[in-house]
Design a protein around this ligand. Structure first.
Ligand code: SF4
Ligand code: FES
Length: 251
């Protein structure tokens, strides 16, 4: 079994263990965003990077495997700088207002939310097309968890996937169909793993919008499907207007 050093502590773990798991075994705190214990790790967000002596690039610890004699630093200056930049880039483009865990990380790493404030925010209209949950991809960090639980990691429904390319990439359905026209079985697992509130139970959405539990109970399924929150629509409208103004200034 390989023995390695993590933050000056020796640890011996089974062959094939990831650096993240080995570090968790000695309670070294490595922050993660896209990683979820019940999903296949893909190393997408890079928040979990660590410095491995002798390797030029930082390694995503949720996918990098340990090897014998490895010397790992989980919070070196280089690591901190990388994590801070990742958080600042997220802050510049994504609505993180309901991403509590990410906001705590931003505090911890002293991320400066104004650093990339010339960046273009990623905005999308709220998808409110079924009685069970809403999709607000302006809050989406593309962590891929929802796609994975909908596919091979849990449900095998394959209702959602990536759409678009580059900056325009978003999660969506085939041909952008409404959720009720897809293979979705409304199991809610995608909502359960979403770390940012981009996917939210319709009931929670309506409660936040000021409706009472009784009012929600008295709505018919059709009414619930059609109900768009006034506040959200107004907020999104104001945001879109602001972006259009900024775009106008750049031209
Ligand atoms: S909707 Fe949520 S779970 Fe899905 S990719 Fe976006 S942030 Fe991740
Ligand atoms: S948590 Fe490892 S890359 Fe996202």
């Amino acid at each position: 079994m390989p023995t390695l050093s993590i933050d000056d502590k020796q640890v011996t773990v089974p062959e094939g263990t990831t650096i993240l798991k080995a570090a968790q075994g000695i309670e070294a705190n490595i922050p993660t965003i896209c990683y979820h214990d019940h999903c296949t790790a893909n190393g997408l967000c890079r928040m979990c990077v660590v410095e491995v002596e002798g390797q030029r690039l930082l390694q995503a610890s949720c996918v990098a495997k340990v090897s014998d004699g490895m010397i790992v630093h989980t919070r070196s200056e280089k690591v901190e700088r990388a994590r801070r930049t990742i958080l600042e880039m997220m802050q510049s483009a994504i609505d993180l207002s309901e991403a509590d865990a990410i906001n705590l990380m931003a505090d911890d790493y002293e991320a400066d939310e104004t650093r990339f404030n010339h960046g273009k925010p990623r905005t999308h209209p709220i998808h409110d097309d079924n009685p069970m949950f809403i999709r607000d991809y302006s809050k989406c960090i593309l962590c891929w968890r929802c796609v994975q639980v909908c596919a091979n990691d849990a449900q095998y429904a394959y209702a959602i996937n990536f759409n678009g390319r580059g900056f325009e990439t978003s999660i969506g359905t085939f041909f952008d169909k409404g959720m009720t026209e897809t293979t979705c079985v409304f199991c809610g697992q995608c909502v359960g793993v979403c770390p940012t509130g981009a996917l939210k139970a319709k009931r929670e959405f309506l409660l936040q919008d000021g409706m009472t539990p009784d009012e929600i109970m008295n709505m018919t399924r059709g009414e619930r499907r059609k109900k768009r929150t006034k506040a959200s629509a107004e907020e999104r409208g104001a945001l879109t207007e602001m972006i259009e103004k900024l775009d106008g200034k750049r031209e």
